[in-house]
Design a binder for this molecule. Structure first.
Ligand code: PGA
Length: 269
């Protein structure tokens, strides 16, 4: 891994299974899940603004609030480098889908990214790889960047099925998807909300495999699962990890501020 720093921007020549990436900008995303009212989102933004005032240009920050708080957060963070994501997106542009939200509705509020395939909707609402693929396709059609989440359960890891499970999720989730407008997040289910983060080296190994399966050395691959201010620098020093998807630790503006201002030594990461 060769890396060098120019003022405010880090370029890297990252050897990957598919060749060499010239520039992969890190993407640090917060997933608020079902937390934060509009008033709480506004208070978060007031405090978080200062954290991104001197954000290095080698990284992008994205926050996915609940749908209801999107207009408030989008407005409250206007003029900052923070982009807004949706926590999901429907595959149709409108119709009789009670409770759902479409891509055109999100675009109206400046949303640029949409999480798809998170393990929680996979588990609680039985989302399938086929539906997730449709959501990702629709997102791209409307110019949203899908953040496709993949990852194995503890049982699957213990049964040595990790690679097979993730390979299937990548293959089916990304059918017909352009890799240059895409983020994939490796989120081992056993690491989500448990405080048990995956070891940085192992997360790096899986992110490298995912990049190879996607087949594009420039695709952004994140790690997610119990990321916090104490683990971020180590994760971001890994050559195959281009960012993180953060749940619980993204709710605190100061802690998330530390995460987005992660530091890696020059020559690493
Ligand atoms: P966590 O959640 O950081 O709270 O583990 C991550 C996620 O679900 O994206």
């Amino acid at each position: 891994m060769i890396a060098w720093t120019t003022p405010g921007r880090r370029f890297s020549l990252a050897p990957t299974t598919q060749g060499v990436s010239l520039v992969r900008k890190a993407v640090i995303a917060g997933n608020w899940k079902m937390h934060m009212s509009c008033a709480e989102a506004r208070a978060f933004a007031d405090s978080f603004r200062g954290q991104v005032e001197n954000l290095p240009e080698d990284r992008q920050v994205v926050i996915a609030p609940p749908y209801l708080a999107i207009p408030t957060l989008s407005e409250a963070l206007r003029g900052t480098p923070v982009a807004i994501a949706a926590q999901n997106v429907h595959w149709d542009k409108k119709g009789a889908y009670t409770g759902m939200v479409s891509a055109p509705m999100l675009l109206e509020h400046g949303v640029t990214h949409a999480i798809v395939g998170h393990s929680e909707p996979r588990k609680y609402y039985s989302e399938t790889d086929e539906q997730i693929n449709l959501r990702a396709r629709t997102a791209q059609i409307y110019g949203l960047i899908p953040i496709l989440c993949v990852g194995e359960s503890l049982d699957q890891r213990e049964a040595r099925e990790t690679e097979r499970v993730i390979h299937r999720q990548v293959e089916q989730g990304l059918e017909g998807i352009a890799p240059d407008r895409l983020i994939v997040a490796y989120e081992p289910i056993w690491a989500i909300g448990t405080g048990k983060s995956c070891a940085a080296e192992e997360a790096n190994r899986i992110c490298g495999l995912i990049r190879g399966w996607v087949g594009d050395p420039d695709v952004i691959v994140q790690y997610g699962g119990s990321v916090n201010p104490a683990t971020i620098d180590d994760l971001m020093a890994q050559p195959e990890i281009d960012g993180v998807l953060v749940g619980g630790a993204s709710l605190d503006p100061i802690g998330f501020g530390r995460i987005v201002n992660y530091q890696v030594p020059v020559g690493v990461g």
